[in-house]
Every structure is written in C-alpha cells, then in structure tokens.
Design a binder for this molecule. Structure first.
Ligand SMILES: *Cc1c(COP(=O)(O)O)cnc(C)c1O
Length: 386
C-alpha cells in the first residue's frame, strides 16, 4: 500500500501521547459550545472579547454579503480588493497609530509575507525561542539566517546583535506569547533595535483588542511607538472574525504590496468579513467592559486556584496556562475535565517544549465569574485524584 509506512509513524505518535484529534463543533463560539451533541463550558477559544457571535458583527456580515456576495473572486491586486477591505485598512491603521496598514488572509500568511518580502540570504533574524510557529516558518522561507535567543533573554539578544555582520537585521517576537500568556518587553527590545539598527516585528495576535485601555494592543499597553516597528495582528482572535493585518510606514506597506507572495498569489478574503470587522473595530474601542471582564476572570483564577503539583503560570492576559509536565497526565486531566462538561485544551510538544505539557485556559468576555468558579472547583478537585 502506498502509505502503509505512515501507520508506524502514527502509532508512535499515539504511544507518545502526541496524537491529535479534532472535535466537531455544532454551535457558535461562546462560553458554552456544543460538541458531539453535548454542551460544554469552553475555555479553548481565542475569541477573547466574545465578538465571534456578536449580533452587530453578524448583521454587518449579512449586509456585506448582500452588497458584495460571499466570495471576493480574485486576489487583491486583480479585482479582489473591495471598498470594505480598503475602509478596514484605513480604520486599523488609525486605530493602532500607524500611517498605513495591509490586510492578509491569515496571520500565518502575514508573517510569511513580511519576513520574506524584506529579507533574503544575506540577512539575519533574531527570534525568541518561544515564538509562534508561523514566525519560524517565515524565516525559513525567507532564507535569512535565524538566530534564536532564550525566551525574553535580552542579554543574549544583545550579544547576537553585536556579533552580527549581516546586511539587514530583524528582531521578531510574539508580543503576547501564545502558550505562556506573558508579554514581551517591547520598550527594551526597541532600545536594542535602535542601538544596533534592526527592525522590530511584533506579532500581536494575542494582544490586539485585549491590551491597552482601548484595546489597541501591546503598543498602547507600553505607551510606545517607533518607525522601526512592523506591527502584525490577527483578526480571527479578539476581533472575532478572520484575517490579519500588518501596520507600518507607507514604504513598508508599498513594498509588501509589491513583494509579499502570500499577499499577491492568493484570493482576497471575503469582503463580507471586512464589513464584519469594521463593526468589530468599533466595539473593540468602545466596549472597555470586555477587557475589564478578562482582568476579573484572570484575577479570580489566581485567587482561588489551590494547586500543589501543577503550576499556574504568571500571566495578566486571558491566556492562563497550567503546566502539568507529562503529556499523558495533561491529556488525562483534559479528558477528566471533559467528563465534567468543561473543555480545556491539552497543549503538548512540539507546540511547547518537552516536559512542559500544559492546560491552556483561555478566557473570553463571554465568560461569567460563575463559569470561572466551576473551572476552579473542578481543577482543585482533580489535582488530588489524578
Ligand atoms: C494565531 C497566531 C498566528 C496565526 O494567525 P492566523 O490568523 O490564525 O493564521 C500568528 N501568530 C501568533 C502568535 C498566533 O497566535
């Protein structure tokens, strides 16, 4: 059989507790979702602000569909770039305080597009070891040299910058680390980039909409800005829809339009989604209570979780990981929670380092404190019996 050798590999994954399975979801996102005919309290989604099923977004999407249809029909450079896309780019640039912005279909593609449009063989990227996979893949595709520094280790980063003889230098980092929930020290990174003439690519997939008083993300959180920054954020997480954008100087955006292959050689995402996102941008800024709820939920977890062996990581973001260690135990806890009607994903290597398997709790403004109480009660109980 042509693929029989894959069976051995699949069996090995199963034995190592690394086999991945999908769940079939039958409802919209929310505090409660329906999976295989049963309702679960869900702490799995990146829909941090609870906008993925918001009536104003659904209405805007429907109006968008009525005006533009459901498909964009072409790439942005041919005839896929609608008025809704264009308005959204202007609104996003204004929101995050950059001269210009460019939409991509996904965050994965945005990272790929930026790094490979700006860098090539003679260049170098300095990358935090815990960066998202899409940033690592982007560097591989660009063929630039990759130098990774230990998580948040700015001393090591500075040594690497000093030693570099490359033509162009780019420092890339998650702004909020997706599996840890901690925040990159952007002002300090920026100082290093200024001192050693490097660009700084910030992937704010988990900060945009969440951090800062008006949800403008990591730059509002630190009250900082610089023409060296290339800002990337996704629109499928806190913004509740789909897609991503890059914001920066007009030259940067023009160059991406000319050179970013993941922008040029792909279909524009549906204009109806751009319409929904325009509604989302408005709610992100106006409804500060959603961010306050996230703070309250994280505070509740910290104050009420009483764990002896497992470790709640220090995080002020809606990403609240509990490190358990072994793959098997993490899977067992996730399965036991599921029995109790609670969904929390088990995150295993290679997504996180070996021996650091964890539950990744993510909160949403759709959760109540009562939801958090149920989760805490289940975890406090399970740690004693598993
Ligand atoms: C989710 C994520 C991405 C990818 O974004 P998509 O729009 O889902 O492709 C990129 N970077 C980080 C840090 C992410 O968490």
């Amino acid at each position: 059989m042509p693929f029989s050798y894959l069976n051995d590999d699949l069996l090995t994954l199963e034995e190592q507790g690394l086999f991945r399975r999908r769940r079939i979801v039958e409802s919209a996102q929310g505090a409660v979702i329906r999976v295989d005919g049963r309702d679960y309290l869900s702490f799995c989604s990146n829909d941090y602000l609870g906008l993925a099923n918001h009536p104003a977004l659904i209405d805007a999407a429907c109006r968008g569909a009525a005006q533009y249809g459901v498909g964009s029909g072409a790439s942005h450079l041919i005839t896929g770039h609608s008025e809704a896309h264009h308005k959204l780019e202007l609104a996003l640039a204004e929101l995050v305080g950059f001269p210009d912005a460019l939409l991509f279909s996904t965050g994965y593609m945005a990272n790929m597009g930026v790094v490979s449009a700006l860098l090539s063989r003679n260049d170098v990227v300095f990358a935090d070891k815990l960066n998202h996979a899409s940033l690592n893949d982007a560097v591989l595709v660009s063929r630039a040299t990759m130098q990774r520094y230990s998580h948040l280790d700015l001393v090591q980063l500075e040594k690497q910058l000093i030693a570099s003889k490359h033509r162009r230098k780019l420092v890339v980092t998650d702004a909020v680390f997706s599996m840890d929930g901690d925040i990159a020290p952007v002002p300090e990174l920026l100082k290093l980039c200024e001192r050693y003439d490097a660009w700084l690519l910030l992937d704010d997939a988990h900060g945009f909409g969440v951090l800062g008083r008006e949800g403008k993300g990591v730059l509002e959180y630190f009250a900082t800005q610089s023409p060296r920054i290339i800002y990337m954020a996704t629109l499928g997480k806190a913004a509740g829809v789909f897609g991503a954008y890059v914001a920066g100087s007009p030259e940067l955006i023009q160059m991406l339009i000319q050179r970013a292959r993941t922008y040029i050689y792909t279909t524009a995402f549906p204009p109806m989604l751009a319409n929904a996102l325009l509604a989302s941008v408005h709610l992100i800024q106006e409804e500060g209570w959603r961010r306050q709820r996230l703070q309250d939920l994280a505070g509740y977890l910290k104050d009420h979780l009483k764990l002896a062996r497992w470790k709640l990581m220090p995080s002020i973001t809606p990403i609240q990981p509990i490190v358990i260690g072994s793959n098997k135990e993490t899977l067992a806890v996730s399965a036991a929670l599921m029995e109790k009607g609670i969904l929390v994903p088990a995150i295993r290597p290679p997504t996180v380092p070996k021996g650091e398997a964890r539950l990744r709790i993510s909160f949403s403004a759709a959760h109540s404190l009562e939801d958090a109480r149920k989760l805490v009660e289940a975890l406090n109980e399970l740690e004693k019996v598993i």
